[in-house]
Write a protein that binds this ligand. Structure first.
Ligand SMILES: *Cc1c(COP(=O)(O)O)cnc(C)c1O
Length: 417
């Protein structure tokens, strides 16, 4: 069941023609399918039904309030990495006791806000952070549930910028340091070490690294129980399951779950999962309009109104996104670079792509743009950030209005002389 498909020669988002959305809301425009978000969440969550578990959607993948609200209504918890994401999750109606907080640089104010809200657990990434959380909790007369993020030193075989569980990465603590950190956590008066956490990277297309990490975590769990007498209740396996952008063949969530469940079943643990991309990635499109085409002796350029500030992944990781016409006209194909208006040569959405000879004014759909799309966008070149719409059947909700020029400068007016 696909919720972005062609009917009578034009692309639909559920029951709404994408061209109509572009007409009404302008371009560049992010278009999300509510049914796809729901289905992805349900499939992933149900895959772990054999175990006590909590699926904490990773807010940073797509943090639009409407998206968070939709997932919260399905029972999702959330994995956050900042005070801003805590604010969003709470605003979207996520119960605080379904929120886990990850990240290497949590600031004191952010820790305080999370304790005040009463989140489920902090995923702690250093001894200094443990000490900091203890101090703050103690001063507030409360206690903090924590897990330590273990860096299991496995190679997730993904892009180096989104590998997080290798020895050289800034994330988590190696096993030996972690043992000391758990002993420290046990001795600190305001901490309850209740969990064990890891997140080894993003866009993983094979199960092996997950299994390798889990085996190391299981051995480590035994040591925590045996050597420190800790009662670990939560095992957080992070996120990272990949999606199909082009020709990748990532494991289905069901296959992923079945590979892990037999081992996990033997232990009295609640499993926490933090999927982001696998829920959001293929639930969204970025719609853009061709502004000009330009032929030079070496290249054909298709210049569109979406740029690296709207969708950074191609510039940042060299990522592939499928791009197709919203209303295909079956013309001769040529090899083109699809580029945006920004003054950087890294501003491209596709390079050396075989595409029908599109003309100025036509609409293109950039697929798999639901994760790390809008959430990584910026105003670079003083471009107003795109609007976001959520389509549910025939119902369209403006999930975020397009920014205006006044939005660009509003917070700077105080500096005018
Ligand atoms: C980014 C992140 C995730 C989500 O990763 P995906 O690849 O989008 O599933 C989960 N947990 C942590 C700690 C993260 O930083």
């Amino acid at each position: 069941m696909h919720h972005f498909e062609y009917r009578d020669g034009q692309l639909f988002a559920e029951d709404v023609p994408v061209a109509r959305l572009a007409e009404e809301f302008g371009t560049p425009l992010y278009v999300y399918s509510a049914a796809t978000f729901s289905r992805h969440f349900e499939i992933f969550d149900a895959a772990f039904n054999e175990l006590p578990h909590l699926t904490c959607y990773s807010v940073k993948a797509n943090s639009n309030l409407s998206v968070l609200n939709l997932l919260a209504k399905k029972g999702a918890g959330m994995d956050i990495v900042s005070g801003g994401e805590l604010y969003r999750a709470l605003a979207a109606g996520v119960p605080a006791d379904k929120i886990v907080y990850s990240g290497v640089g949590k600031r004191p104010e952010e820790i305080k806000e999370a304790l005040e809200a009463g989140i489920l657990m902090f995923n702690v990434e250093s001894q200094a952070e443990l000490v900091r959380i203890n101090e703050i909790a103690q001063a507030m007369g409360t206690r903090a549930r924590i897990s330590l993020r273990i860096n299991p030193d496995v190679d997730p075989q993904t892009h180096p910028y989104i590998s997080t569980g290798m020895k050289k990465n800034k994330f988590g603590l190696d096993m030996e340091t972690s043992m000391q950190a758990y002993a420290l956590a046990k001795s600190l008066p305001a901490l309850d070490p209740v969990g064990l956490d890891c997140h080894i990277g993003s866009q993983l297309t094979s199960i092996e690294p997950f299994k390798e990490a889990m085996d190391k975590l299981m051995a480590f769990h035994d040591r925590l129980t045996g050597e420190l007498g800790l009662d670990i209740k939560y095992l957080d396996l992070g996120g990272g399951l990949g999606i199909q952008y082009n020709e990748e063949d990532p494991p289905h969530p069901e296959v992923f779950a079945q590979a892990l469940i037999p081992v996990l079943k033997e232990r009295p643990l609640t499993v926490i999962l933090e999927p982001g991309r696998v829920i959001a990635g293929n639930s969204g499109l970025l719609i853009t309009k061709v502004v000009y085409t330009k032929d030079t002796p070496s290249k054909h350029f298709v210049i569109v109104d979406a740029a690296m500030n709207d969708l950074t992944r191609p510039a940042l990781y060299g990522s592939y996104h499928r791009i197709a016409e919203v209303e295909p006209r079956h013309r001769t194909a040529s090899i083109v670079d699809v580029v945006g208006p920004i003054c950087e040569s890294s501003d491209f959405l596709a390079r050396e792509r075989t595409m029908s000879a599109v003309q100025s004014g036509e609409l293109l759909a950039v697929f798999s743009a639901g994760a790390y799309g809008f959430s990584m966008s910026s105003q670079y070149n003083s471009r107003c950030r795109a609007a976001e719409v959520l389509v549910d059947g025939a119902t369209v909700t403006l999930a975020r209005a397009r920014e205006t020029y006044e939005d660009l400068v509003a917070l700077e007016r105080g500096g005018l002389k």
